[in-house]
Design a protein around this ligand. Structure first.
Ligand SMILES: Cc1cc2nc3c(=O)[nH]c(=O)nc-3n(C[C@H](O)[C@H](O)[C@H](O)COP(=O)(O)OP(=O)(O)OC[C@H]3O[C@@H](n4cnc5c(N)ncnc54)[C@H](O)[C@@H]3O)c2cc1C
Length: 419
């Protein structure tokens, strides 16, 4: 590399932004400024728990084995090794061991721990309590750099850079970067409410690895996470675009949704229903929606990653997972381009977009298709049993055995982790 380093600004040190910042931190050909509006210890907006798919861990291990090991460390996460689905009366419909469809385990982790690990790995690179306030191309010239302004969230300091070569949007589902350069994306609602809560683990071993329970289209999902806690996510259909009214959020309504009409709730389902009702005031509510995937703007100096690029339905737990994939692939392509010589930023972002678009589309389509059991009138039993057959298992295998661009499908797997 010779000449000026590539001047990169990353807006948002969430999942994708923090990983790109960490992966590029020792690269001499780049100068990276990463801006994160929250405090380093503030994970209050980080919600509850999540499962990260084997595909993300596989690519992260290849890109940064030390960071992958930090995420897998005991006390930080637990291995995700199986997926079991039952009815809330206890009838088992599916019991999948992930090694049937993946090269390595996924993980179960608390949001706060995920952000903490990713951000501490790139701590020196991140300006916390700092938000992007303004951004535009500096001029109409075709090779114009970007002008990006940022300020401390308390307004105390302000900074402007007129010579930004590449602006990376890691600012999430409501990305201001995307809105500025590509327009506000129209959300495509699925017609499903999803709510999440973290409760103390008083289950005496009833709940451990990833499981789902259905009563018609009403779904519960739960798993244990470190810190003596159980993550519970419930869902139910709603008219697409409608708001969630107070009655729908009440403990009585939620209890009725998951209680079987015939027979009694299994011990697992009863534990989950009781705890949802007990902690109903702590629930985080959301309506499931996706946006049209896009990775770059027309002039090519803006690169979108993670939710900014492709907020998706969360049914297969692929939002943060695919943000990790994006970050690993994008950082490697930026590094390779910089090492190879003078960089055409527009050509680079186009190549990253090409490398990610088909994959993002595949993940979004599969996540949406897998939501069929959560829609009104669905035959949950038949649709879940279909997920035990070769067509869906083949798709899961393609999902979980991610490859980096140009890599043979069977190469480069992370060693399977024993629990
Ligand atoms: C109900 C639900 C359940 C989910 N469960 C899972 C799951 O089990 N597994 C999974 O993989 N995914 C899950 N997801 C998806 C996951 O939450 C997201 O896909 C993931 O966090 C996206 O990562 P990101 O890096 O794109 O954005 P984020 O992680 O959201 O990070 C964006 C960052 O940008 C910062 N920011 C925003 N604006 C600015 C600004 N102007 N200046 C500076 N900083 C800014 C924010 O503070 C934040 O830190 C779930 C989502 C929902 C809604």
């Amino acid at each position: 590399m010779s000449g000026k380093p590539l001047n990169i600004v990353i807006s948002g040190a969430g999942v994708a932004g923090a990983i790109v910042a960490g992966l590029l931190k020792n690269e001499p050909g780049v100068r990276v400024t990463t801006l994160e509006r929250v405090d380093p210890e503030d994970h209050s907006n980080a919600g509850t728990g999540l499962n990260i798919g084997p595909n993300a861990l596989k690519l992260l291990h290849q890109a940064d084995p030390a960071l992958c090991a930090k995420l897998r460390a005991p006390g930080i996460s637990l291995p995700w090794q199986s997926w079991r689905t039952s009815l809330t009366d206890g009838t088992e419909l599916m019991n999948l061991t992930l090694t049937e469809v993946a090269d390595n385990d996924g993980i179960r982790i608390r949001w706060a721990d995920l952000y903490q690990q990713l951000r501490s790995h790139a701590r020196e690179q991140i300006h916390f309590n700092t938000q992007v306030t303004d951004m535009a191309y500096a001029s109409d010239a075709s090779d114009s750099p970007l002008r990006v302004s940022w300020s401390a969230t308390d307004g105390s300091t302000r900074h402007e850079d007129h010579e930004v070569d590449l602006l990376i949007a890691g600012d999430g589902r409501y990305s201001a970067v995307r809105e500025t350069f590509l327009g506000k994306p129209e959300p495509r609602p699925l017609g499903v409410v999803i709510y999440r809560v973290l409760v103390p683990d008083t289950a005496n071993g009833l709940i451990d690895d990833y499981e789902q329970w259905f009563n018609g289209p009403y779904r519960l999902l739960a798993f244990r996470v470190p810190g003596n806690a159980i993550y519970i996510a419930g869902s139910f259909p709603i008219t697409p675009g409608a708001s969630i009214d107070d009655d729908a959020r009440s403990a009585e309504h939620l209890r009725a949704l998951y209680t079987p009409q015939q027979g009694t709730a299994s011990d697992q389902a009863r534990f989950l229903i009781d705890n949802i009702c007990r902690y109903v005031d702590d629930i985080h509510w959301a309506r499931v929606a996706e946006i049209e995937p896009a990775f770059t703007d027309q002039r090519g100096r803006v690169l979108l990653l993670g939710d900014a690029a492709h907020a998706m339905v969360p049914t297969l737990g692929q939002g943060a997972t695919s943000a990790i994939e994006d970050a690993c692939v994008a950082a490697a392509m930026i590094r390779d381009a910089v090492r190879a010589g003078p960089v055409s930023v527009a050509a680079l972002t186009a190549r990253i977009g090409e490398a990610r678009m088909a994959r993002a589309q595949f993940i979004m389509d599969l996540s949406r298709d897998a939501s069929d059991t959560m829609l009104p009138g669905s035959d949950t039993v038949a649709m879940t049993r279909k997920k035990t057959q070769s067509e869906f298992l083949g798709q899961l295998s393609e999902l979980f055995r991610a490859t980096t661009p140009g890599q043979a499908p069977e190469s480069g797997g992370e060693q399977r982790k024993a629990s």
